[in-house]
Design a protein around this ligand. Structure first.
Ligand code: ATP
Ligand code: MG
Length: 166
């Protein structure tokens, strides 16, 4: 299990949400059912409200649960429309309560980091917004400071759970 700089691993012990402070996020790892992953996402979205701007990256294979987690984060943040898997648009902004801004970015289909210039990439991160990025590896190192980097994986023996590490 990965440990935080101070050797702490809070999230797997008491179910609390990782800190949303760049560079200080406490690391942890947990196996989560779908319900647990959704509760985790809602808590992250709620915590982000008071910590903007926040950038969350979601790594993991196809079907690992990145969009499911994005949807839950959006729900906790106050998004009022359905969060879907982005199709053609690389960036999707969702309407949220109280003029909160929520961007969902799926970089699965970009041909390379050079395409990021066309989507107002840098502007996105200068706003007091919550930005969730799927497939951050495709940004070729062009992501600004990440508040929370989450990886989802399929355990070998259990299709109903995901190994979630951050
Ligand atoms: N414990 C779990 N956590 C998350 N998803 C789960 C879990 N158990 C089952 N699932 C199912 O796995 C699927 C995850 O799909 P999802 O679209 O969220 O993955 P994704 O990582 O976004 O995939 P892609 O890379 O194709 O966009 C959903 O159908 C969800 O219901
Ligand atoms: Mg997805």
């Amino acid at each position: 299990m990965r440990r935080g700089a101070a050797g702490r691993s809070r999230g797997d012990r008491d179910g609390s949400v990782p800190l949303l402070v760049p560079g200080l996020a406490v690391h942890g790892e947990r196996l989560m059912t779908l319900d647990e992953l959704e509760a985790f996402g809602v808590a992250i979205g709620e915590a982000a409200v008071g910590a903007l701007p926040v950038l969350v990256t979601l790594s993991g294979d196809l079907g690992a649960g990145k969009t499911t987690l994005t949807r839950a984060i959006g729900h906790g943040f106050g998004v009022v429309e359905p969060v879907t898997s982005p199709s053609y648009a690389l960036v999707h902004e969702y309407t949220a309560v109280a003029a909160r801004r929520f961007f969902h970015i799926d970089l699965f289909r970009i041909a390379g980091p050079h395409e990021l210039a066309n989507i107002g990439w840098e502007g996105l991160f200068s706003e007091a917004a919550l930005v969730v990025v799927e497939w951050p590896e495709h940004a070729g190192g062009q992501l600004p400071h990440v508040a929370l980097a989450i990886t989802l994986a399929h355990p070998d023996d259990d299709e109903t759970r995901r190994r979630v590490s951050w």
